[in-house]
Design a protein around this ligand. Structure first.
Ligand SMILES: NC(=O)c1ccc[n+]([C@@H]2O[C@H](COP(=O)([O-])OP(=O)(O)OC[C@H]3O[C@@H](n4cnc5c(N)ncnc54)[C@H](O)[C@@H]3O)[C@@H](O)[C@H]2O)c1
Length: 437
Protein backbone atom coordinates (compact mmCIF):
# COMPACT_ATOMS: atom_id res chain seq x y z
CA UNK A 1 0.00 0.00 0.00
CA UNK A 2 1.12 3.62 -0.53
CA UNK A 3 1.07 5.37 2.83
CA UNK A 4 1.91 8.92 3.91
CA UNK A 5 2.81 9.55 7.55
CA UNK A 6 2.27 13.06 8.95
CA UNK A 7 4.63 13.92 11.82
CA UNK A 8 8.06 12.33 12.13
CA UNK A 9 8.36 12.32 15.93
CA UNK A 10 8.44 9.12 18.01
CA UNK A 11 5.19 7.65 16.76
CA UNK A 12 5.54 8.83 13.15
CA UNK A 13 9.18 7.79 12.69
CA UNK A 14 8.55 4.32 14.14
CA UNK A 15 5.35 3.85 12.10
CA UNK A 16 7.04 5.09 8.91
CA UNK A 17 10.09 2.84 9.38
CA UNK A 18 8.17 -0.29 10.38
CA UNK A 19 5.47 0.04 7.69
CA UNK A 20 8.18 0.53 5.02
CA UNK A 21 10.07 -2.45 6.48
CA UNK A 22 6.86 -4.49 6.06
CA UNK A 23 6.85 -3.73 2.32
CA UNK A 24 4.60 -0.67 2.09
CA UNK A 25 5.71 2.42 0.17
CA UNK A 26 5.91 5.20 2.74
CA UNK A 27 6.31 8.97 2.47
CA UNK A 28 7.03 10.77 5.75
CA UNK A 29 5.90 14.39 6.10
CA UNK A 30 7.17 16.91 8.62
CA UNK A 31 7.59 20.71 8.50
CA UNK A 32 11.00 20.32 10.19
CA UNK A 33 13.47 20.21 7.30
CA UNK A 34 16.17 18.61 9.50
CA UNK A 35 13.97 15.55 10.20
CA UNK A 36 13.11 15.21 6.52
CA UNK A 37 16.79 15.44 5.56
CA UNK A 38 17.77 12.82 8.15
CA UNK A 39 15.23 10.30 6.83
CA UNK A 40 16.21 10.92 3.20
CA UNK A 41 19.84 10.32 4.24
CA UNK A 42 18.73 6.95 5.72
CA UNK A 43 19.10 8.18 9.28
CA UNK A 44 16.66 8.21 12.17
CA UNK A 45 15.28 11.48 13.57
CA UNK A 46 14.72 9.82 17.00
CA UNK A 47 16.75 7.68 19.41
CA UNK A 48 15.03 4.33 19.60
CA UNK A 49 16.35 0.76 19.54
CA UNK A 50 16.49 -0.82 16.01
CA UNK A 51 14.80 2.10 14.22
CA UNK A 52 18.13 3.34 12.74
CA UNK A 53 18.72 0.07 10.86
CA UNK A 54 15.08 -0.18 9.79
CA UNK A 55 15.05 3.35 8.34
CA UNK A 56 18.45 2.90 6.67
CA UNK A 57 17.44 -0.30 4.87
CA UNK A 58 13.96 0.98 3.93
CA UNK A 59 15.39 4.17 2.37
CA UNK A 60 18.10 2.20 0.58
CA UNK A 61 15.53 -0.22 -0.87
CA UNK A 62 13.38 2.71 -2.09
CA UNK A 63 10.34 2.14 0.13
CA UNK A 64 10.77 5.18 2.39
CA UNK A 65 11.31 8.85 1.69
CA UNK A 66 10.38 12.09 3.43
CA UNK A 67 9.17 15.53 2.37
CA UNK A 68 7.88 18.81 3.77
CA UNK A 69 5.32 18.93 0.96
CA UNK A 70 1.88 17.69 2.01
CA UNK A 71 0.53 17.78 -1.58
CA UNK A 72 3.28 15.46 -2.85
CA UNK A 73 2.66 13.02 0.03
CA UNK A 74 -1.15 12.87 -0.25
CA UNK A 75 -1.21 12.69 -4.05
CA UNK A 76 1.22 9.77 -3.97
CA UNK A 77 -0.48 7.73 -1.27
CA UNK A 78 -3.82 5.99 -0.62
CA UNK A 79 -3.75 6.37 3.14
CA UNK A 80 -2.49 9.26 5.32
CA UNK A 81 -1.62 8.37 8.91
CA UNK A 82 -1.50 11.42 11.19
CA UNK A 83 1.03 11.22 14.06
CA UNK A 84 1.40 14.89 14.96
CA UNK A 85 1.73 15.96 18.59
CA UNK A 86 -1.26 16.74 20.83
CA UNK A 87 0.52 18.44 23.75
CA UNK A 88 -1.02 19.61 27.03
CA UNK A 89 -1.91 23.28 27.43
CA UNK A 90 -1.36 25.06 30.76
CA UNK A 91 -4.94 24.33 31.91
CA UNK A 92 -4.58 20.59 31.11
CA UNK A 93 -6.59 20.71 27.88
CA UNK A 94 -5.15 19.35 24.65
CA UNK A 95 -3.57 21.63 22.10
CA UNK A 96 -5.07 20.47 18.82
CA UNK A 97 -3.55 23.09 16.53
CA UNK A 98 -1.27 20.55 14.80
CA UNK A 99 -4.18 18.16 14.21
CA UNK A 100 -6.36 20.98 12.85
CA UNK A 101 -3.60 22.22 10.56
CA UNK A 102 -2.79 18.80 9.15
CA UNK A 103 -6.50 18.12 8.52
CA UNK A 104 -6.80 21.40 6.62
CA UNK A 105 -3.74 20.49 4.57
CA UNK A 106 -4.85 16.93 3.76
CA UNK A 107 -8.44 18.06 3.08
CA UNK A 108 -7.33 20.67 0.57
CA UNK A 109 -5.35 18.05 -1.37
CA UNK A 110 -7.93 15.22 -1.42
CA UNK A 111 -10.42 17.76 -2.80
CA UNK A 112 -8.79 17.40 -6.23
CA UNK A 113 -7.68 13.78 -5.96
CA UNK A 114 -9.29 11.35 -8.38
CA UNK A 115 -8.93 8.26 -6.14
CA UNK A 116 -10.51 7.59 -2.74
CA UNK A 117 -8.27 8.53 0.19
CA UNK A 118 -8.29 7.33 3.81
CA UNK A 119 -7.24 9.56 6.70
CA UNK A 120 -6.15 7.73 9.86
CA UNK A 121 -5.47 9.65 13.09
CA UNK A 122 -2.88 7.96 15.27
CA UNK A 123 -2.40 10.94 17.61
CA UNK A 124 -4.01 10.67 21.04
CA UNK A 125 -7.22 12.71 21.22
CA UNK A 126 -10.10 12.92 23.68
CA UNK A 127 -13.47 11.33 22.82
CA UNK A 128 -15.46 13.60 20.55
CA UNK A 129 -12.44 15.16 18.81
CA UNK A 130 -12.93 13.11 15.67
CA UNK A 131 -16.58 14.16 15.43
CA UNK A 132 -16.15 17.77 16.58
CA UNK A 133 -12.84 18.77 14.97
CA UNK A 134 -11.20 16.22 12.67
CA UNK A 135 -14.22 15.28 10.57
CA UNK A 136 -15.63 18.82 10.11
CA UNK A 137 -12.16 20.24 9.33
CA UNK A 138 -11.48 17.58 6.70
CA UNK A 139 -14.98 17.91 5.24
CA UNK A 140 -14.79 21.68 5.09
CA UNK A 141 -11.35 21.70 3.47
CA UNK A 142 -12.22 18.98 0.95
CA UNK A 143 -15.90 19.67 0.28
CA UNK A 144 -16.39 15.92 0.71
CA UNK A 145 -18.22 13.69 3.20
CA UNK A 146 -16.41 11.30 5.54
CA UNK A 147 -17.42 7.65 5.21
CA UNK A 148 -18.75 8.36 1.72
CA UNK A 149 -16.18 10.33 -0.33
CA UNK A 150 -13.18 9.55 1.86
CA UNK A 151 -12.49 7.10 4.70
CA UNK A 152 -11.81 8.26 8.25
CA UNK A 153 -10.29 6.26 11.12
CA UNK A 154 -8.74 6.64 14.50
CA UNK A 155 -6.09 4.07 15.28
CA UNK A 156 -4.62 4.74 18.74
CA UNK A 157 -0.96 3.93 19.29
CA UNK A 158 0.08 1.82 22.30
CA UNK A 159 3.87 1.87 21.89
CA UNK A 160 6.21 2.75 24.74
CA UNK A 161 9.30 4.86 24.08
CA UNK A 162 12.54 2.79 24.36
CA UNK A 163 10.76 -0.39 23.18
CA UNK A 164 8.80 1.28 20.39
CA UNK A 165 9.86 -1.00 17.50
CA UNK A 166 9.26 -4.14 19.58
CA UNK A 167 5.86 -2.72 20.59
CA UNK A 168 4.98 -1.91 16.97
CA UNK A 169 5.43 -5.59 16.07
CA UNK A 170 3.97 -6.90 19.36
CA UNK A 171 1.05 -4.63 20.21
CA UNK A 172 -1.18 -5.63 23.13
CA UNK A 173 -4.07 -5.06 20.68
CA UNK A 174 -4.86 -3.19 17.48
CA UNK A 175 -7.85 -0.86 17.74
CA UNK A 176 -9.38 0.92 14.78
CA UNK A 177 -12.42 3.18 15.03
CA UNK A 178 -13.77 3.80 11.54
CA UNK A 179 -16.30 5.86 9.63
CA UNK A 180 -17.45 2.83 7.61
CA UNK A 181 -16.88 -0.93 7.21
CA UNK A 182 -14.89 -0.73 3.96
CA UNK A 183 -12.40 1.71 5.49
CA UNK A 184 -12.18 -0.42 8.63
CA UNK A 185 -11.32 -3.56 6.63
CA UNK A 186 -8.65 -1.72 4.59
CA UNK A 187 -6.90 -0.31 7.66
CA UNK A 188 -7.10 -3.54 9.68
CA UNK A 189 -5.50 -5.30 6.68
CA UNK A 190 -2.33 -3.18 7.17
CA UNK A 191 -1.90 -4.78 10.59
CA UNK A 192 -3.01 -8.28 9.56
CA UNK A 193 0.33 -9.95 10.35
CA UNK A 194 0.62 -8.49 13.85
CA UNK A 195 -0.18 -10.59 16.94
CA UNK A 196 -2.91 -9.67 19.43
CA UNK A 197 -6.60 -8.99 19.00
CA UNK A 198 -7.72 -6.72 16.13
CA UNK A 199 -10.68 -4.68 17.23
CA UNK A 200 -12.90 -2.61 14.96
CA UNK A 201 -15.18 -0.12 16.67
CA UNK A 202 -16.69 3.35 16.33
CA UNK A 203 -14.61 6.53 16.39
CA UNK A 204 -15.46 7.77 19.91
CA UNK A 205 -14.99 4.35 21.54
CA UNK A 206 -11.50 4.08 20.04
CA UNK A 207 -10.66 7.56 21.32
CA UNK A 208 -11.90 6.67 24.83
CA UNK A 209 -10.00 3.34 24.86
CA UNK A 210 -6.66 5.14 24.56
CA UNK A 211 -7.37 7.39 27.56
CA UNK A 212 -8.77 4.50 29.59
CA UNK A 213 -5.53 2.60 28.95
CA UNK A 214 -3.17 5.41 29.86
CA UNK A 215 -5.09 6.53 32.94
CA UNK A 216 -5.17 2.90 34.07
CA UNK A 217 -1.40 2.62 33.64
CA UNK A 218 -0.93 5.81 35.65
CA UNK A 219 -3.34 4.56 38.34
CA UNK A 220 -1.46 1.25 38.57
CA UNK A 221 1.83 3.05 39.18
CA UNK A 222 0.31 5.35 41.82
CA UNK A 223 -1.49 2.41 43.51
CA UNK A 224 1.62 0.23 43.63
CA UNK A 225 3.68 3.13 45.01
CA UNK A 226 1.18 3.81 47.80
CA UNK A 227 1.05 0.11 48.72
CA UNK A 228 4.87 0.17 48.67
CA UNK A 229 5.02 3.21 50.95
CA UNK A 230 2.75 1.54 53.52
CA UNK A 231 4.57 -1.80 53.21
CA UNK A 232 7.94 -0.16 53.85
CA UNK A 233 6.65 1.42 57.06
CA UNK A 234 5.53 -1.97 58.38
CA UNK A 235 8.77 -3.70 57.29
CA UNK A 236 7.20 -5.72 54.51
CA UNK A 237 8.93 -6.02 51.12
CA UNK A 238 6.47 -4.44 48.69
CA UNK A 239 7.99 -6.27 45.72
CA UNK A 240 7.24 -9.63 47.35
CA UNK A 241 3.69 -8.40 47.97
CA UNK A 242 3.15 -7.19 44.41
CA UNK A 243 4.68 -10.37 42.94
CA UNK A 244 2.10 -12.40 44.83
CA UNK A 245 -0.63 -9.87 43.98
CA UNK A 246 0.12 -10.18 40.25
CA UNK A 247 -0.02 -13.97 40.31
CA UNK A 248 -3.75 -13.70 40.96
CA UNK A 249 -5.11 -13.43 37.44
CA UNK A 250 -8.60 -14.39 38.56
CA UNK A 251 -9.52 -11.41 40.73
CA UNK A 252 -6.54 -9.00 40.64
CA UNK A 253 -5.09 -8.73 37.13
CA UNK A 254 -8.30 -9.66 35.33
CA UNK A 255 -11.58 -8.29 33.95
CA UNK A 256 -13.23 -9.01 37.31
CA UNK A 257 -14.35 -5.79 39.07
CA UNK A 258 -13.91 -3.94 35.77
CA UNK A 259 -17.55 -3.45 34.79
CA UNK A 260 -18.82 0.11 35.26
CA UNK A 261 -21.89 0.01 37.51
CA UNK A 262 -22.92 0.78 41.07
CA UNK A 263 -20.85 1.33 44.21
CA UNK A 264 -19.09 -1.59 45.90
CA UNK A 265 -20.27 -2.79 49.29
CA UNK A 266 -20.50 -5.87 51.45
CA UNK A 267 -18.77 -6.90 54.61
CA UNK A 268 -15.18 -6.72 53.29
CA UNK A 269 -14.23 -4.07 50.72
CA UNK A 270 -15.44 -0.92 52.53
CA UNK A 271 -14.17 -2.17 55.90
CA UNK A 272 -10.75 -3.16 54.57
CA UNK A 273 -10.17 0.00 52.52
CA UNK A 274 -11.12 2.04 55.59
CA UNK A 275 -8.73 0.09 57.81
CA UNK A 276 -5.74 0.35 55.46
CA UNK A 277 -6.25 4.08 54.92
CA UNK A 278 -6.52 4.54 58.71
CA UNK A 279 -3.33 2.54 59.22
CA UNK A 280 -1.50 4.60 56.58
CA UNK A 281 -2.57 7.78 58.36
CA UNK A 282 -1.36 6.42 61.68
CA UNK A 283 2.00 5.67 60.04
CA UNK A 284 2.20 9.19 58.60
CA UNK A 285 2.02 7.80 55.06
CA UNK A 286 0.12 9.99 52.62
CA UNK A 287 -2.17 7.92 50.36
CA UNK A 288 -4.09 10.27 48.05
CA UNK A 289 -5.16 7.46 45.71
CA UNK A 290 -6.22 4.95 48.37
CA UNK A 291 -7.87 7.72 50.40
CA UNK A 292 -10.06 8.72 47.48
CA UNK A 293 -11.54 5.23 46.96
CA UNK A 294 -14.33 5.51 49.56
CA UNK A 295 -15.27 9.09 48.55
CA UNK A 296 -15.45 7.91 44.93
CA UNK A 297 -17.68 5.02 45.99
CA UNK A 298 -19.91 7.39 47.93
CA UNK A 299 -20.20 9.60 44.86
CA UNK A 300 -21.53 6.62 42.89
CA UNK A 301 -24.32 6.19 45.46
CA UNK A 302 -25.14 9.89 44.97
CA UNK A 303 -25.17 9.35 41.21
CA UNK A 304 -27.66 6.47 41.66
CA UNK A 305 -29.94 8.58 43.86
CA UNK A 306 -29.78 11.50 41.42
CA UNK A 307 -30.67 9.21 38.53
CA UNK A 308 -33.73 7.85 40.33
CA UNK A 309 -34.97 11.28 41.49
CA UNK A 310 -34.37 12.78 38.03
CA UNK A 311 -37.32 10.74 36.70
CA UNK A 312 -39.76 12.87 38.73
CA UNK A 313 -41.73 9.82 39.95
CA UNK A 314 -42.56 8.92 43.57
CA UNK A 315 -43.20 5.14 43.39
CA UNK A 316 -39.93 3.25 43.26
CA UNK A 317 -39.44 -0.51 43.08
CA UNK A 318 -36.10 -2.08 43.95
CA UNK A 319 -35.28 -5.44 42.38
CA UNK A 320 -32.33 -6.93 44.26
CA UNK A 321 -30.91 -5.13 47.27
CA UNK A 322 -28.28 -7.42 48.77
CA UNK A 323 -24.87 -6.07 47.71
CA UNK A 324 -24.54 -8.75 45.02
CA UNK A 325 -26.65 -11.51 43.53
CA UNK A 326 -26.61 -14.90 45.24
CA UNK A 327 -26.18 -13.60 48.79
CA UNK A 328 -28.51 -12.37 51.51
CA UNK A 329 -25.81 -10.16 53.05
CA UNK A 330 -27.06 -6.59 53.46
CA UNK A 331 -24.11 -5.24 55.49
CA UNK A 332 -22.82 -2.07 53.83
CA UNK A 333 -24.97 -2.75 50.77
CA UNK A 334 -24.88 0.49 48.77
CA UNK A 335 -28.40 -0.26 47.58
CA UNK A 336 -29.59 -0.21 51.19
CA UNK A 337 -27.99 3.24 51.44
CA UNK A 338 -29.86 4.29 48.29
CA UNK A 339 -33.12 2.93 49.72
CA UNK A 340 -32.65 4.77 53.02
CA UNK A 341 -31.89 8.04 51.27
CA UNK A 342 -34.95 7.75 49.04
CA UNK A 343 -37.14 6.93 52.06
CA UNK A 344 -35.72 10.00 53.78
CA UNK A 345 -36.85 12.08 50.81
CA UNK A 346 -40.39 10.70 51.13
CA UNK A 347 -40.43 8.30 48.17
CA UNK A 348 -42.76 5.26 48.27
CA UNK A 349 -40.70 2.09 47.98
CA UNK A 350 -41.28 -1.63 47.51
CA UNK A 351 -38.40 -4.07 47.58
CA UNK A 352 -37.87 -7.54 46.22
CA UNK A 353 -34.90 -9.86 46.56
CA UNK A 354 -35.46 -13.60 46.51
CA UNK A 355 -32.35 -14.16 48.64
CA UNK A 356 -33.45 -11.76 51.36
CA UNK A 357 -36.58 -13.46 52.62
CA UNK A 358 -37.14 -12.73 56.30
CA UNK A 359 -38.91 -16.03 56.81
CA UNK A 360 -35.90 -17.97 55.55
CA UNK A 361 -32.78 -16.11 56.71
CA UNK A 362 -31.22 -16.67 60.09
CA UNK A 363 -28.34 -15.47 62.25
CA UNK A 364 -26.37 -12.24 61.97
CA UNK A 365 -28.05 -11.05 58.82
CA UNK A 366 -31.56 -11.47 60.25
CA UNK A 367 -30.44 -9.57 63.39
CA UNK A 368 -29.00 -6.85 61.17
CA UNK A 369 -32.27 -6.46 59.26
CA UNK A 370 -34.49 -6.52 62.33
CA UNK A 371 -32.28 -4.33 64.52
CA UNK A 372 -30.42 -1.99 62.17
CA UNK A 373 -32.82 -1.54 59.27
CA UNK A 374 -36.29 -2.53 60.56
CA UNK A 375 -37.93 0.22 58.49
CA UNK A 376 -36.59 -1.51 55.37
CA UNK A 377 -37.81 -4.97 56.28
CA UNK A 378 -41.38 -3.62 56.29
CA UNK A 379 -41.07 -2.72 52.60
CA UNK A 380 -39.94 -6.17 51.47
CA UNK A 381 -42.39 -8.22 49.41
CA UNK A 382 -42.11 -11.84 48.29
CA UNK A 383 -43.76 -11.52 44.88
CA UNK A 384 -41.77 -9.69 42.18
CA UNK A 385 -44.97 -8.72 40.35
CA UNK A 386 -46.16 -6.76 43.40
CA UNK A 387 -43.12 -4.52 42.99
CA UNK A 388 -43.38 -4.22 39.20
CA UNK A 389 -47.10 -3.37 39.25
CA UNK A 390 -46.85 -0.82 42.07
CA UNK A 391 -43.81 1.11 40.77
CA UNK A 392 -43.25 3.89 38.25
CA UNK A 393 -39.47 3.52 38.37
CA UNK A 394 -37.78 0.12 38.78
CA UNK A 395 -34.19 -0.05 39.97
CA UNK A 396 -32.26 -3.23 39.24
CA UNK A 397 -29.88 -3.42 42.17
CA UNK A 398 -27.97 -6.65 41.65
CA UNK A 399 -27.24 -9.13 38.91
CA UNK A 400 -29.75 -11.84 39.83
CA UNK A 401 -30.57 -13.80 36.64
CA UNK A 402 -34.26 -13.43 37.39
CA UNK A 403 -34.13 -9.72 36.50
CA UNK A 404 -32.71 -10.23 33.00
CA UNK A 405 -36.06 -11.19 31.45
CA UNK A 406 -37.93 -8.66 33.55
CA UNK A 407 -36.27 -5.86 31.59
CA UNK A 408 -37.71 -7.14 28.32
CA UNK A 409 -41.25 -7.51 29.68
CA UNK A 410 -41.66 -4.36 31.76
CA UNK A 411 -44.46 -2.10 30.46
CA UNK A 412 -43.19 0.84 28.39
CA UNK A 413 -44.68 3.45 30.74
CA UNK A 414 -42.22 2.49 33.50
CA UNK A 415 -38.60 3.62 33.74
CA UNK A 416 -35.99 0.96 34.40
CA UNK A 417 -32.72 2.06 35.98
CA UNK A 418 -30.10 -0.66 35.84
CA UNK A 419 -27.17 -0.47 38.25
CA UNK A 420 -25.50 -3.68 36.98
CA UNK A 421 -26.13 -3.95 33.18
CA UNK A 422 -28.24 -7.06 33.62
CA UNK A 423 -29.36 -7.31 30.00
CA UNK A 424 -26.87 -6.46 27.27
CA UNK A 425 -29.54 -6.84 24.57
CA UNK A 426 -31.73 -4.17 26.18
CA UNK A 427 -29.05 -1.46 26.05
CA UNK A 428 -30.48 1.38 23.96
CA UNK A 429 -34.09 0.23 24.55
CA UNK A 430 -36.49 3.10 25.33
CA UNK A 431 -37.08 3.59 29.04
CA UNK A 432 -34.07 1.47 30.01
CA UNK A 433 -31.11 3.37 31.42
CA UNK A 434 -27.80 2.36 32.94
CA UNK A 435 -26.10 4.20 35.77
CA UNK A 436 -22.87 4.79 33.86
CA UNK A 437 -23.56 3.72 30.33
N1 LIG B 1 5.57 9.20 22.24
C1 LIG B 1 4.88 8.15 22.61
O1 LIG B 1 5.39 7.23 23.26
C2 LIG B 1 3.44 8.02 22.21
C3 LIG B 1 2.80 6.79 22.37
C4 LIG B 1 1.49 6.67 21.98
C5 LIG B 1 0.80 7.77 21.47
N2 LIG B 1 1.42 8.97 21.36
C6 LIG B 1 0.68 10.09 20.79
O2 LIG B 1 1.06 10.22 19.42
C7 LIG B 1 1.12 11.59 19.05
C8 LIG B 1 2.49 11.95 18.55
O3 LIG B 1 3.41 11.78 19.61
P1 LIG B 1 4.98 11.93 19.39
O4 LIG B 1 5.61 11.65 20.70
O5 LIG B 1 5.40 11.16 18.18
O6 LIG B 1 5.06 13.52 19.05
P2 LIG B 1 6.35 14.38 18.64
O7 LIG B 1 6.16 15.72 19.23
O8 LIG B 1 7.61 13.61 18.94
O9 LIG B 1 6.23 14.48 17.06
C9 LIG B 1 5.25 15.21 16.40
C10 LIG B 1 5.78 15.62 15.03
O10 LIG B 1 4.70 16.19 14.28
C11 LIG B 1 5.29 17.18 13.45
N3 LIG B 1 4.25 18.07 12.88
C12 LIG B 1 3.64 19.14 13.45
N4 LIG B 1 2.77 19.69 12.58
C13 LIG B 1 2.82 18.95 11.44
C14 LIG B 1 2.18 19.03 10.19
N5 LIG B 1 1.27 19.98 9.91
N6 LIG B 1 2.47 18.11 9.27
C15 LIG B 1 3.37 17.14 9.51
N7 LIG B 1 4.03 17.01 10.67
C16 LIG B 1 3.76 17.91 11.64
C17 LIG B 1 6.28 17.89 14.36
O11 LIG B 1 7.23 18.64 13.65
C18 LIG B 1 6.90 16.67 15.07
O12 LIG B 1 8.02 16.18 14.39
C19 LIG B 1 0.65 12.38 20.26
O13 LIG B 1 -0.74 12.60 20.18
C20 LIG B 1 0.97 11.45 21.40
O14 LIG B 1 0.14 11.70 22.53
C21 LIG B 1 2.75 9.11 21.71
Amino acid sequence: MNISIFGLGYVGAVSAGCLAHDGHHVIGVDPTQAKVDLINAGKTPIIEKDIGEIIASSVKEGRLRATTDCKDAVENSDVSIVCVGTPSQLNGSLDLKFVRRVCEEIGSVIKDKSTRHIVVIRSTMLPGTMADIVQPTLEQASGMIAGQDFGLCINPEFLRESTAVYDFYNPPKTVVGASDDTTLAEILAIYEALPGPKIGTDLATAEMVKYTDNVWHALKVAFANEIGNIAKKVNVDSHKVMDIFCQDTKLNISPYYMKPGFAFGGSCLPKDVRALVYKAGALDVNTPVLSSILPSNKQQVENGINLVTSKGKRKIGILGFSFKAGTDDLRESPIVELIERLLGKGYELKLYDKNVNLAAIVGANKDYILNQIPHISKLMVTDIDDVINASEVLVIGNGDEQFRDVVATIPKDKHVIDLVRINEDAVGQEGYEGICW
